[in-house]
Design a protein around this ligand. Structure first.
Ligand code: GLN
Length: 486
């Protein structure tokens, strides 16, 4: 049986009908991971012992009939999310040996549901990047072509899911980090509404953008995992105090008569021809499903990238101030005469170039005399970006756009030019300052590499995204095509 190709509901069925135990499933997944990941490098830490212990407990629950849709299913977690007793590095030297003493809320919720933690996946250092090449440890490869990047920053989580090295994975999206790698690796992934999933225990990049979300084989599975991790949390006051809908119960509702908006600013020169034709084909598919297609406008789109990066630099520079050699992880105190020497030495050795670049730019944008001109101005334009989405989504139910103007690029292609790397985020960054949810769905291939599209909805309306994504996946098979490595 090709266990690594199955959906969550197929795995759930095998587990609850006792055709396989969680220990057997976990052992098989670990064995495959050890074999395949020597080429792929999607995991920073493979936690064999933790996984087998949790699998044993899951089997006990299954024997008692105490099951959730995730009980006994092995999953991988982006290495920015705290796991008690399991090293959590953010793919940074500064946290290389940091072992959290508590679980993030998401980790705890998954443990409560009986899911099995396999390990922690590679990422761009502290989430800063679009290719995983900013990891301090190693590059992750795209399972569709090992010479190409998996996308970033949750590239490890996407590659592991794509290659079948987990039943599902958990990523985090500050400005595309779930959707862009999902698109590059042909998996489904969601950036939920800001505040839908607790950030407690997530090592912050941009506290006002960060959104944790699952990556899966399809929209149905994505809905299943989001149901398990979403909800109000007393440890995170920015979480919504609104009940979590049972997304999967209503996922089969017809999309006939719904209105699909195509933002005209997202279809401009520079898009790879094969990406554009795949997206046009997807639009025709939605028409066949009975949706009405309308052109809409998000007029401030041209400001999205500079506003996103400016606010990111500012918030990240302040969030990362806590990495100073006296609290977490690395501490370099050689010949230190005063505390400042520890701060400086630790940060010099511990942070990579991209992190340093962003901290410097952020500190500059926040400094007296520049704050009003840069940070405050960017916050004002952020409000305009939010209003763009509100206004477009007042006349249509959902928006559709590519996740990236190109398919996965070659390793090393953009590393010497940070600006061209930032430009690859052009379609995914506006949703985060606006806080709206967005689901990435496989939409075909261009030159044998996967093309991703995203569906964008109103605040807290993940339900509609899943419904439309599921309808598309009932009518197409792109999400079922797996890389040769599987
Ligand atoms: N490419 C984005 C960046 O470099 C991704 C950030 C994220 O979503 N973590 O900022």
């Amino acid at each position: 049986m090709q266990l690594h190709t199955l959906t969550l509901r197929e795995l759930h069925e095998l587990l609850t009908t006792k055709q396989i135990s969680s220990v057997e499933l976990t052992q098989a997944t670990l064995q495959r991971t050890h074999e395949v990941d020597s080429k792929l490098k999607s995991y920073v830490t493979i936690a064999d012992d933790v996984a087998l212990e949790q699998a044993k407990q899951a089997d006990e629950r299954i024997a008692k009939g105490d099951v959730t849709p995730l009980t006994g299913i092995p999953f991988a977690m982006k290495d920015a999310i705290s796991t008690r007793g399991v090293r959590t590095t953010c793919s940074s030297k500064i946290l290389e040996n940091y072992v959290p003493q508590y679980n993030a809320t998401v980790t705890q919720k998954l443990a409560d549901s009986g899911a099995v933690l396999l390990g922690k996946t590679n990422m761009d250092e502290f989430g800063m990047g679009s290719s995983c090449e900013n990891s301090a440890f190693f590059n992750t490869h795209n399972p569709w072509d090992l010479d190409r990047v998996p996308g970033g920053s949750s590239g490890g989580a996407a590659a592991a899911m794509s290659a079948g090295l987990c039943g599902f994975s958990i990523g985090e999206d500050t400005g595309g980090s779930v959707r862009m790698p999902a698109g590059f690796c042909n998996v489904t992934g969601i950036k939920p509404t800001y505040g839908r999933v607790s950030r407690y225990g997530l090592i912050a990049l941009v506290s006002s953008f960060d959104s944790i979300g699952p990556m899966t084989r399809d929209a149905y599975d994505c809905a299943t995992v989001l149901e398990a991790i979403a909800g109000n949390d007393e440890h995170d006051s920015t979480t919504y105090n609104a009940p979590v809908p049972q997304y999967t119960q209503h996922i089969n509702k017809s999309v006939k008569g719904m209105k699909l908006g195509i933002p005209k600013e997202y279809f401009v020169a520079g898009m790879e021809a094969g990406v554009e034709s795949a997206i046009q084909e997807a639009i025709r598919q939605f028409e066949k499903l009975g949706m009405e297609v309308h052109e809409v406008s998000l007029p401030n789109t041209k400001y999205a990238l500079p506003v996103y990066y400016l606010l990111l630099f500012a918030e990240a520079s302040s969030n990362l101030a806590r990495m100073d050699g006296t609290r977490f992880g690395l501490s370099v105190a050689d010949d230190a005469k005063e505390i400042l020497d520890i701060y400086l030495q630790t940060r010099r050795v511990g942070f990579g170039d991209e992190v340093k670049r962003r901290i410097m730019l952020g500190a500059y944008a926040l400094s007296a005399g520049y704050y009003d001109a840069y940070y405050l101005k960017a916050q004002k334009v952020r409000t305009l970006l939010r209003r763009d989405f509100e206004s477009a989504l007042s006349s249509v139910d959902i928006l559709l756009a590519p996740t990236c103007p190109t398919t996965a690029f070659k390793l090393g292609e953009k590393t010497s030019d940070p600006l061209s790397m930032y430009l690859s985020d052009i379609y995914v960054v506006a949703t985060n300052p606006a806080g709206v949810p967005s689901l990435a769905v496989p939409a075909g291939f261009s030159n044998n590499m996967p093309v991703g599209m995203q569906l964008i909805g109103k605040h807290l309306n993940e339900q509609t995204l899943f419904q439309v994504g599921h309808a598309y996946q009932q009518a197409t098979d792109w999400h079922k095509i797996l890389p040769a490595i599987t």
